[in-house]
Design a protein around this ligand. Structure first.
Ligand code: FAD
Ligand code: UDP
Length: 374
């Protein structure tokens, strides 16, 4: 009988389960979904054969050598360089904001140094921006902020940009050259056969048993330790209240040929109800010529109701306080550790998810070896 239970067969659960299983410990992994892979899950579209990213597109990017080596044990990573275009005020621009965006937007032909000076002149002098809007004003000035960020951010978060932390914008670079790569990491790629077989290969480990369509709450067995990658508030039956998320609605449509000529087109204007359209054959450039037709998803963001899939943690002051209360409760609760994006209520890229899951498994294994309760 399994001594350890891992809740969730997403990336966090798979990585932790494998580490414990490889170390010789019997592990039961449960996931309430039919498919494994959590929110990274992919599946070929029945009508076209195109690889669809079922919970929104996922691009693997990292500068962490150990994580990059780890993923390559379980899949073939194909070359992929992520680029994003954006429609604003009826024109198409390149994102993140780079020299092409600046020159097109202001109808100029500036060099890198001229553009830098030009943006500095427009930027609002503020050494400690307190929110998203102040951060944007300080970084790029009001014109670019209003065209590319104000409307999109309201749609994405359902909040005023002044009510969002500055850190949300800091994820995006500002470039004074023509580099339009969305990510600045050393490695980028897409698993050749999608994320679900990649995560299945991680789970295919000695001493690991997988039960799908099974909630943790429905189990009657007891375990020495539980590693829980579900929502931390759900584990405690929401007894202190619910941590808020944004959820996404995906409106799928088929189209002949090539719909938009690129993987991601953002729609920055407030009047357009969706945030972006993603066209999934462009996420697999090595095979996209095989498909005559195409599939796309319009993406709408809204507040998450209890029955919806949680996507983006909101993490405003109210949620931060509630999270701290749940963390205190978790510290007082023996026999369980919380992992992953839902267990820790944070936005985590996949490489960070893997790195943190490996560390969490390392801590549990050290405790077991030392005879202490994890
Ligand atoms: P999840 O994938 O959410 O897995 C949790 C699993 O636990 C689920 O399968 C769920 O069914 C199961 N579960 C939960 N509670 C229970 C329970 N009580 N009983 C049984 N099962 C349960 N990262 C990138 O690096 N690049 C990207 O391009 C990227 N794009 C993203 C796009 C979107 C829209 C979002 C929201 C995230 C994106 N990410 C991206 C982040 C990526 O999705 C996460 O890093 C990853 O999903 C984290 O895996 P996880 O296992 O922690 O959580
Ligand atoms: N953003 C925007 N317009 C865009 C792209 C991004 O306003 O065209 C804002 C938005 O608030 C988003 C943040 O910048 O949440 C960070 O961008 P990122 O691409 O990291 O978005 P996410 O992963 O949150 O979808």
């Amino acid at each position: 009988m399994a001594r350890y239970c891992v809740v969730g067969a997403g990336l966090s659960g798979a990585v932790v389960a494998r580490a414990l299983g490889e170390a010789g410990h019997a592990v039961l992994v449960v996931d309430e979904r039919t498919r494994i892979g959590g929110n990274c899950a992919t599946e070929r579209d029945a009508a076209t054969g195109i690889m669809a990213h079922l919970y929104g597109p996922h691009i693997f990017h990292t500068s962490d050598e150990a994580v990059w080596r780890y993923v390559q044990r379980f899949c073939t990573m194909m070359p992929y360089a992520h680029r994003v275009q954006a429609v604003a005020r009826g024109r198409v621009y390149s994102l993140p904001i780079n020299l092409l965006t600046i020159n097109q937007f202001f109808h100029t032909t500036m060099s890198p140094s001229q553009a830098r000076a030009f943006i500095q002149e427009r930027a609002v002098n503020n050494l400690s921006p307190r929110n998203f809007q102040e951060q944007a004003h300080a970084m790029i000035g009001k014109e670019l902020y209003e065209a590319f960020f104000e409307g999109y951010t309201r749609k994405q978060w359902g909040l005023e940009p002044v009510d969002l932390p500055a850190s949300v914008l800091k994820r995006l670079p500002l470039r004074f050259d023509y580099d339009d790569s969305y990510f600045a990491h050393r490695y980028q790629g897409m698993p050749k056969d999608g994320y679900t077989p990649f995560i299945a290969a991680i789970l295919d480990a000695p001493n690991v048993e997988l039960r799908r369509e099974t909630t943790f709450e429905s189990l009657s067995e007891s375990f020495e330790h539980v590693l829980y990658s579900g929502p931390i508030d759900r584990f405690f039956d929401f007894r202190l209240g619910r941590l808020n998320y944004r959820t996404l609605d995906f409106e799928k449509f088929h189209s002949p040929g090539d719909f938009q000529g690129t993987a991601v087109m953002n729609y920055c204007d407030a009047g357009v109800p969706f945030t972006r359209i993603t066209e999934h054959k462009h996420f697999a450039p090595w095979e996209k010529q095989n498909f005559e037709n195409t599939i796309c998803y319009r993406e709408y963001s809204r507040d998450c109701r209890p029955t919806d899939i949680p996507y983006y943690p909101i993490r405003q002051a109210k949620e931060q306080r509630l999270l701290q209360d749940y963390i205190s409760l978790a510290r007082e609760t023996r026999g369980v550790s919380f992992i992953g994006r839902l267990g820790t209520y944070r936005y985590l890229d996949m490489d960070v998810t893997i790195g943190e899951a490996l560390s969490a498994a390392g801590v549990v294994l050290e405790c077991i070896a030392g005879g202490a309760a994890p």
